[in-house]
Design a protein around this ligand. Structure first.
Ligand code: FAD
Length: 369
């Protein structure tokens, strides 16, 4: 381990690994410290939808950020494979946002105004997905809302960053960050290093370090349970989405049924109630889902913030401390755009002002009540 780096990234989930990748690509001397294993925490529990449309109504700033990130994956899938030899599991096909009632259809009105979303009637949905529930009324189809396999993508970012010169250190947690001679002293379990910039990409696990550096914002866990299943036959072509639940067919033959939303639960256990809920949701979309075989169950903690948007930007008082936490339901989708934005803070490139304001760490203070 060297004594000094230009940038230290704390946290080796998909956000930290993407940041390390984009910095290394710019030839910045970067080290990433992960207290456990790369991608093993929230990132490994994600379904992997790049749901720019399915997770927003298409009207806000986050949509333009999400779209830019989604489009970055089109380049990344080959770029990362060439550098790392790891396939990120990019699966085309897109999402069907299912409609079973007038209320469902009404909720899709803003989305269906987007040129990238298309209305499919009942017959068309049945033609595309023959196993769909018979009471389907139609669906919004979004071809661009594809998916990746999160742990493979994270690993691929990390390995590619390393190939470009980044130091990626596992089993080495950071327990303190303090100022030293105009730089930062980063204290890790295996020794101290100095850095010009420190990036916090600690997911939901950063509250202790946040307090240490004088940030009073808090990351809130929203636990999500899901099932990884398979079927002997090919059962699904598209991701199905209804009322925040989904079935994602992966390009490795597995399907992900997700996910519950349990606020302020720090445990990573899966309850029978959660499993029952997911089975009911899957059956409501595909009645024959009841025959699928369970490979495993999993849970992860979505990193939530007070307004549901991530914190991406500078510490209010320390220009060279950067925060990239709180990506809630969309960290896989938003990883490339977050990596690019943090890179731009470091190398001094222009950043979209709307994105900067929306994701500012101290935005709560500008809310007038
Ligand atoms: P993490 O993956 O948790 O990484 C943070 C890392 O920081 C951890 O590895 C941790 O060990 C490390 N760390 C913390 N403190 C320290 C320290 N002091 N020193 C060193 N290391 C430290 N998003 C999507 O875009 N699409 C989806 O389909 C999707 N589905 C989801 C389904 C479920 C059930 C869940 C739970 C989440 C889903 N998400 C999805 C959300 C997504 O998983 C998260 O937003 C994303 O993984 C957050 O990544 P992260 O890197 O911020 O956090």
């Amino acid at each position: 381990m060297k004594q000094h780096y230009e940038v230290v990234v704390i946290g080796g989930g998909i956000i930290g690994c993407s940041i390390a990748y984009y910095l290394a690509k710019e030839k910045v001397d970067v080290a990433l410290f992960e207290k456990g294993q790369i991608g093993l925490m929230t990132t490994s529990a994600a379904a992997g939808m790049l749901g720019a449309h399915s997770e927003s109504n298409g009207e806000d700033t986050i949509f333009s950020f999400a779209r830019s990130s989604q489009q970055a994956y089109l380049r990344l899938k080959d770029e990362l494979y060439q550098l790392s030899g790891i396939d990120i599991g990019y699966k085309e096909g897109g999402i069907l946002k299912l409609v079973f009632s007038d209320t469902d259809k009404h909720q899709l009105t803003p989305l269906l105004k987007q040129p990238t979303a298309e209305w499919l009637d009942k017959e068309e949905v049945k033609k595309r997905e023959p196993l769909i529930a018979p009471n389907i009324l139609g669906a919004a189809y979004i071809k661009d809302d594809v998916s990746v396999i999160p742990d493979q993508t994270c690993e691929s970012f990390a390995k590619s960053a390393r190939a470009l010169g980044a130091s990626i250190m596992e089993s080495n947690g950071v327990y303190q960050v303090e100022k030293k001679d105009g730089n930062y002293l980063v204290r890790t379990m295996h020794g101290d290093v100095e850095a010009n910039y420190v990036v916090f990409a600690t997911g939901v696990y950063g509250n202790g370090l946040f307090r240490q550096i004088g940030l009073d914002e808090e990351l809130i866990p929203i636990k999500g349970e899901s099932l990884i299943v398979h079927s002997e036959q090919h059962v699904l072509e598209y991701t199905l989405f209804h009322e925040s639940c989904y079935i994602v067919p992966r390009n490795n033959g597995k399907l992900v049924i997700g996910a519950t939303m349990i606020k302020k639960d720090w445990s990573d256990t899966v309850s029978l109630e959660g499993i029952k809920f997911l089975i009911e949701k899957a059956k409501a979309m595909i009645p024959s889902a009841i025959e699928w075989k369970i490979d495993h169950v999993q849970a992860g903690l979505r990193p939530g913030t007070f307004d549901g948007n991530p914190f991406i930007g500078r510490h209010p008082e320390e220009e060279r401390i950067l925060i990239a936490c709180g990506h809630y339901r969309n960290g896989i989708l938003l990883a490339p755009a977050t990596g690019e934005m943090i890179r731009d803070f470091v190398v001094g490139k222009d950043i979209n002002n709307g994105w900067m304001q929306t994701f500012r760490v101290d935005r709560r203070q500008s809310i007038v009540v």
